[in-house]
Design a protein around this ligand. Structure first.
Ligand SMILES: [Zn+2]
Length: 205
């Protein structure tokens, strides 16, 4: 008897980390992979991330023949749910929205995969995130699980797992200026620094 392929839904923004996680799953032949993204004013750089996703889809299809179903879930681009908090003790609205949407659209046989890495500011509230996911699964009579496969990964792991062109296609800036990365926001500074360190690391080894 042929066993049924395992099925995963990847939360994919089009940034480096979630692209790595998506690619990792796409390359496993025994897996059925789908992805989704959330479009909302509290999820940053919607347009740029969306364009990055299109470009990455085209690139991976051409380069590796990888194809999968992706859905953009539009929650509204002007609305704001509560306060956009940046305070460390709270869970960011972005993480809440990605979790809620992921749990709601998850097929009964799918597991949800997140691309959060070691440095992301969600681990102090991971219990709340998982409880939120489970409550919505239960409410729908579903038994999916949420997995954080990149929990212990660093940016160096991410850079070394993606080729140069793919790195250039991924989007990371939170406050782009006319479609260009600002190089001054936290995400830009972090990526610029990490990339420089990675290049130095490559030159040494
Ligand atoms: Zn930026």
């Amino acid at each position: 008897m042929k066993t049924k392929k395992r099925s995963v839904l990847v939360a994919w923004s089009g940034g480096l980390d979630s692209t790595f996680v998506l690619l990792y799953h796409l390359r496993q032949k025994d897996l059925k992979v789908a992805s989704y993204a959330v479009i909302h004013s509290q999820v940053v750089a919607n347009e740029e991330h969306q364009e990055a996703r299109f470009a990455i889809q085209r690139y991976l299809k051409k380069k590796e023949g990888l194809k999968w179903v992706h859905r953009d879930i539009v929650l509204g681009e002007e609305e704001s749910f509560g306060i956009e908090d940046t305070n460390y003790q709270y869970l960011s609205m972005q993480a809440i929205l990605w979790t809620m949407v992921g749990s709601l659209i998850l097929e009964p046989d799918q597991d949800l995969m997140f691309g959060y890495i070691q440095k992301d500011r969600i681990w102090h509230k991971i219990g709340s995130l998982i409880r939120l996911f489970r409550a919505l699964q239960e409410a729908q009579g579903k038994k999916g699980i949420v997995v954080f496969p990149a929990e212990w990964w660093t940016k160096t792991d991410i850079f070394s797992g993606l080729d140069e062109e793919l790195i250039s296609l991924c989007w990371h800036c939170e406050y782009p200026i006319k479609g260009w990365a600002c190089h001054t926001c936290e995400k830009c500074k972090d990526i610029d620094k990490e990339f420089k360190a990675y290049v130095e690391y490559c030159q040494r080894t």
